[in-house]
Design a protein around this ligand. Sequence first.
Ligand code: ADP
Length: 310
Amino acid sequence: MILTVTMNPSVDISYPISDFKLNNVNRVEGAVKTAGGKGLNVARVIRLLGEEALATGVLGGTIGGYIVQELTKDKIGNDFFNINRESRNCIAILHDGKQTEILESGPVLTAEEGTAILAKYERLLSNVSLVAISGSLPQGLPSGFYGRMAQIGREKGIPVIVDTSGEPLRQVLLHKVKPFAIKPNTTELSQLLGRELDESIRSLKQALTDELFQGIEWIIVSMGRDGAFVKHGPDFYRVTIPEIKVVNPVGSGDATVAGLAVALKNNQTVPDVLRTAMAAGMLNTMEEKTGYINPDKFKPVFELVQVKKI
Ligand code: ADP
């Protein structure tokens, strides 16, 4: 079983309002409400790839209750740390071909809750073979929180994938014990290194040789339609993908993490790990729904991914 960690999940509400009016009443039909948060997307795609997923993290209130209900509908096991505040809503207003987002920051956690969450996480590790941690850290927790989670995993011999950005990602990389895998996109990688990156092989190789990345087994730099650039141990790979018809690319990075998790859990060969990760990301872009894939299309897409050692 693969454990997914979502520390700040949300109910994502999408309001299609064709003639959105500021400072006025807007009525909406066809509102869509889904369980959101990057880790929940990862859990959903893991299930669709045919593996068992256990979702954990932090939930509270009636919004938390709705998230559990949605996960249960999707047959995703869940065991969250419950708090006595409401989980958050995130609203996207779709208007005039644009998207205006209103994102609640979510509940602020206490240091005591942080300690209790780590204890629960450690208990859950006894039943899982791999962990994927995704998304932002709630306010109130120390920025080294994910580093600590990766360390607990390593102490127990369980690979931990961390997919986050900004300060939490930097802190994970500065932690004395490194995660097993990370999946920054090119923007996150440039932010981390504090400079613009051109996407040449020479420049990417040089970037991933930075001391910050020492000790991480897998670094998958996802590059949207350009596939990925990868460092595995001392080896580098360029992964290229065919052009496909993209319907909605939101959540492709999460689907890529799900593919990576499933492939690593099943001890696939290096090229197949990369093909599975890319295929899952690509399949997500082919669907309307975020963090969703059609598993029937997996095989033909998988076979079109090219992996070259460089
Ligand atoms: P993130 O969502 O984290 O920014 P990316 O945009 O790099 O991640 O997408 C992750 C993966 O999803 C890519 O490596 C690729 O396999 C697939 N993907 C994303 N966008 C496209 C696209 N426009 N065409 C084909 N595949 C895509």
